[in-house]
Design a protein around this ligand. Structure first.
Ligand code: ZN
Length: 541
């Protein structure tokens, strides 16, 4: 039994005459009983016909009194709002065209085929031809062929934009009737086509994939795309009526995106719509076609710490005017093995701060995280992650990775949290013009909590706004090397420009080491000794 009420009768009747499929009719009756959509469409159609021909109260008897045959209701011609007339008179077009079929032109033949067509005027066959087990198995096979690892599947459906126009037209078609009978039907109450499609197909696809869970978010997204070229022009009148809804975009192939069409339909008046577009929509002889099945696995996040042992290795690919300056980068050295292990399509790399190309990162390393895009593998065990880490470490002596692990998207934000407040330790190799005295070493070792005013360094001014920022040098200690060289160990607030503190950057950092030691000083080498961010958690070796 279909979960329909007496008030739905006129809607069912009108939509059947207009050439709607049984499932679209359920949608327009706002039926949320999923089982009703899942039964075979022909079954539902039979029940609908029985429903409208079975008067339940005297009022219904009065208005829909004739017990018309099922076939007559199905084959009713287009555009006739009165079911009585339609049932009695055979569609005139068919009667005229059928005998002369051999001499008719192809256009007429097409019209003829369209008139006879059972293809739903609203969903253009999506809820008719694409809702059975055979179609679901096809989708499931396409997914299997991609060899993903997944725990759950999310279905997404892309429909031709003109279906919105057709649905709008059908809605206007029943709205009149509904208003006359003072029934309440809001366009938003109609069950969206996508939703109805998923109700029917998701379960079948899940079965085809061995009973995997179907979810609304996350997991493996299985996208099915439908097109219907023959009716693409349905949308075109909207561009002349609402030109500002259809601004040409840079990448988009067509201006008639679903979003733009929906927006235009919200703006257009009923009268204008009816002037330009038939109500109900015209029939067509062909169904939508399934363009393909696209799989997209939700991003996976991994994190770890890296050391960088090279002074000629940038953290990210270094390009100037599109040309590479260095042959590799930290993220590429790590990324290559990670991508192939997870069979991902790409990645986004982020880290807790970054070092210059000529700066090494030693100690426990710098926390980093990677978002893996469309990973085909997602279930690496601890042992496999360890193996991956070893593979990375064996692939290059310029970097080393530790604590490699899979993390959640939320956990990633922990890396950036309070980054500015963190402490970082450095070792700088410093040159001085004046010979270094033992007093200088003591003087440096005694400096604590020194606040610097740092104007944006000249070397980064081309990509950062000019500003003065304050950073604190918590402590320093100097190790004498020879009369003109010493190692300077610093503990500073994250974000301190160390090089500028040492050479002064033409007085843009104040105070600086030149001022403090009253001689020219320069920085020859710099190492990051530690980045004190306690994320990601350390993994015991
Ligand atoms: Zn339909």
């Amino acid at each position: 039994m279909l979960p329909l009420k007496e008030k739905d009768k006129p809607i069912v009747q009108k939509l059947l005459s207009a050439g709607c499929c049984a499932r679209c009719i359920l949608r327009f009756c706002c039926t949320r009983v999923q089982a009703a959509y899942r039964q075979p469409e022909q079954e539902t159609l039979k029940e609908l016909l029985a429903f409208i021909s079975n008067p339940q109260d005297p009022a219904a008897l009065e208005s829909n009194g004739d017990n018309k045959s099922h076939d007559a209701a199905v084959s009713e011609s287009t555009g006739d709002n009165n079911p009585h007339d339609a049932a009695e008179d055979p569609p005139s077009k068919r009667a005229k065209l059928e005998p002369s079929e051999t001499t008719a032109g192809s256009e007429e033949k097409e019209e003829d085929a369209a008139a006879k067509s059972r293809v739903c005027v609203v969903c253009l066959g999506i809820l008719q031809e694409f809702c059975d087990t055979a179609q679901a198995v096809k989708i499931a096979e396409a997914v299997k062929a991609e060899k993903y690892e997944f725990d759950s599947v999310m279905c997404s459906v892309s429909l031709p934009a003109q279906l919105c126009v057709r649905e709008h037209s059908c809605w206007l078609h029943v709205k009149k009737e509904v208003r006359d009978k003072i029934l309440v039907l809001d366009k938003d109450d109609i069950i969206p086509l996508k939703e109805a499609f998923k109700w029917v197909v998701q379960g079948l696809v899940s079965k085809g994939l061995g009973g995997v869970a179907m979810v609304n978010k996350g997991g493996l997204e299985v996208g099915v795309e439908f097109t219907h070229e023959a009716t693409d022009a349905d949308c075109h009148f909207l561009a002349s009526v609402c030109p500002d809804c259809f601004k040409p975009g840079k990448k988009k192939q067509s201006v008639f995106t679903r979003m733009a069409v929906v927006k235009a339909l919200e703006k257009i008046s009923e009268a204008k719509f009816l002037k330009h577009y038939p109500c109900p929509p015209t029939r067509t002889s062909s169904c939508c076609s399934l363009q393909g099945v696209q799989c997209l696995h939700v991003s996976l996040f991994i994190a770890g710490r890296y050391n960088k042992f090279s002074r000629t290795l940038p953290q990210t690919p270094w390009l100037i005017d599109g040309e590479r300056r260095m042959e590799s980068s930290v993220e590429e050295l790590i990324g290559a093995s990670v991508l192939s292990s997870f069979r991902a399509e790409g990645f986004n790399f982020s880290s807790s701060g970054r070092e210059d190309v000529d700066v090494r990162t030693l100690g426990n390393g710098r926390p980093f995280a990677m978002e893996l895009l469309n990973p085909h593998r997602s279930r690496l065990s601890r042992a496999e992650m360890k193996q991956l880490q070893e593979t990375i470490n064996e692939s290059s002596d310029k970097i080393r990775v530790r604590d490699l692990q899979i993390v959640s998207r939320d956990a990633m934000s922990r890396m950036k949290e309070g980054e500015e407040e963190k402490t970082k330790s450095y070792t700088a190799l410093v040159w001085t013009r004046k010979p270094i005295q033992s007093d200088d070493i003591i003087f440096i070792d005694d400096i604590k909590e020194l606040t610097l005013d740092q104007k944006t360094p000249l070397r980064v001014l081309h990509r950062r706004a000019l500003a003065v920022r304050q950073r604190v040098v918590h402590s320093m200690s100097a190790r004498f090397l020879d009369q003109h060289h010493f190692h300077l160990e610093l503990k500073t607030q994250a974000g301190t420009y160390i090089k500028e503190f040492v050479h002064g950057d033409f007085g843009r950092t104040k105070p600086n080491l030149c001022e403090l030691l009253q001689t020219d000083t320069d920085i020859l080498e710099l190492d990051v000794e530690s980045v004190d961010v306690d994320w990601p958690p350390a993994i015991p070796e």
